[in-house]
Design a protein around this ligand. Structure first.
Ligand code: ATP
Length: 358
């Protein structure tokens, strides 16, 4: 599927990129967002997300005083280069959507700065909006309209919109073009949401949990589409709870924890910063102290559960070789032997449990 040529706004040129390899399309500096009492002024300036969604509810929650003042984004910095896909990860409430809304220009930061294509997306919304596409976490469509009608209506407010049929085909909704939105499945609505975000052929695309609720096939099709968009030069920021999605798609990522960036970089680097594991059952008659000194094996920590010993290491090959040579020397078989490289999931869980500084 041809996803179309991009018009690259000159506004983005000349902004330094983080990796040094490209042009910084998005620049985030010391960004903060506070909800409630202290952040009310910023929230009062907040616009609704165009197609509704849960932002109104959130404002109401804040005004009802459920939580008077809360800093959801706590001084974060990052930048995204042109044609790069940057993923924001984190547990529920980590601050992903709060950050994304600032990038989308839907709210003003309490402090710090955001630049999208060289402009402030909140104050210079008119200059930024035509170049960005936004897929909210929960879009709101008129339920009586069909996807084709919804797209046609939205195309009327979009400069240089794709033809409606092309947008439907991109998200594989051609067969559902004339079904009322209220009769679409959750996954189909999600795809309609994506079609709306793609309608204006955006240079910068913001996707808030784009594949939540999609079945495996639809998820993979969305990944393929997102990859094609990125390869054609679209800069993409997405949030996701699927670590596999981040591993599949992201050039770089940041893991948020309590509104701060706990880890960031290329997926391989984030993973490499976390230890690998080797575990096995200590044979009867053997104890931890019978192993060679753990430090010499490159072990940085260990746990025992019953007879099972779990070693943490930054040098998996050295540790595994040392343990296997020891077992061979003693003539023993290590039952339940499991040698496991660090994964994004482990890195994520480590951060989510707040273990980063332990
Ligand atoms: N309008 C609001 N008023 C007060 N607190 C809010 C408001 N909106 C969000 N929060 C709080 O800010 C924190 C960050 O929320 P946010 O939605 O950004 O997290 P998230 O990482 O996107 O979570 P999820 O994965 O569940 O979507 C949460 O603790 C949330 O309760």
């Amino acid at each position: 599927m041809n996803i179309g040529e991009k018009t690259i706004a000159d506004a983005g040129r000349g902004v330094a990129g983080s990796s040094g390899s490209g042009i910084g399309v998005i620049e985030v500096t010391e960004l903060r967002r506070r909800y409630g009492a202290a952040g009310r002024r910023a929230e009062e300036g907040q616009e609704r997300g165009g197609r509704g969604g849960r932002r109104g509810e959130r404002g109401a929650r804040s005004r009802s005083g459920a939580r008077e003042s809360y800093e959801a984004v706590h001084g974060i910095d990052f930048s995204v280069d042109r044609g790069e896909l940057f993923a924001l990860l984190g547990t529920n409430g980590a601050g992903k959507t709060s950050t994304l809304e600032l990038l989308e220009g839907l709210a003003a930061p309490t402090a710090g700065q955001v630049r999208v294509l060289g402009h402030d997306p909140f104050r210079e919304r008119g200059r930024v909006r035509p170049h960005i596409g936004v897929m909210l976490q929960e879009g709101g469509f008129p339920s009586e309209l069909t996807p084709a009608e919804t797209l046609r209506m939205w195309a009327g407010c979009t400069t240089g919109a794709r033809p409606v049929e092309e947008a439907l085909a991109l998200v594989r909704l051609e067969g559902r073009r004339d079904v009322r939105v209220k009769q679409l499945s959750g996954g189909e609505r999600r795809r309609l949401d994506l079609a709306l975000a793609l309608l204006g052929r955006p240079e910068v695309l913001f996707l808030d949990e784009p594949t939540t609720g999609l079945d495996t096939e639809a998820r993979r099709a969305t990944w393929e589409l997102v990859r094609e968009l990125r390869d054609s030069g679209t800069t993409i920021v997405l949030t996701t709870h699927y670590l596999e999605e981040a591993e599949e798609l992201a050039d770089r990522l940041a893991i948020l924890h309590h509104g701060r960036i706990a880890a960031a970089g290329h997926v391989a680097d984030v993973v490499a910063a976390h230890p690998s594991h080797l575990s096995f059952e200590l044979p009867d008659g053997f104890h931890l102290g019978d192993l060679p000194p753990l430090g010499e094996l490159g072990v940085v920590g260990h746990e025992t559960r019953g007879r099972t010993l779990r070693l943490r290491t930054d040098e998996l090959q050295r540790t595994a070789t040392g343990v296997l040579l020891w077992a061979q020397d003693k003539g023993i078989t290590l039952r339940g032997l499991d040698v496991r490289s660090a994964s994004l999931e482990e890195a994520f869980l480590h951060i989510a449990k707040g273990l980063e500084n332990t």
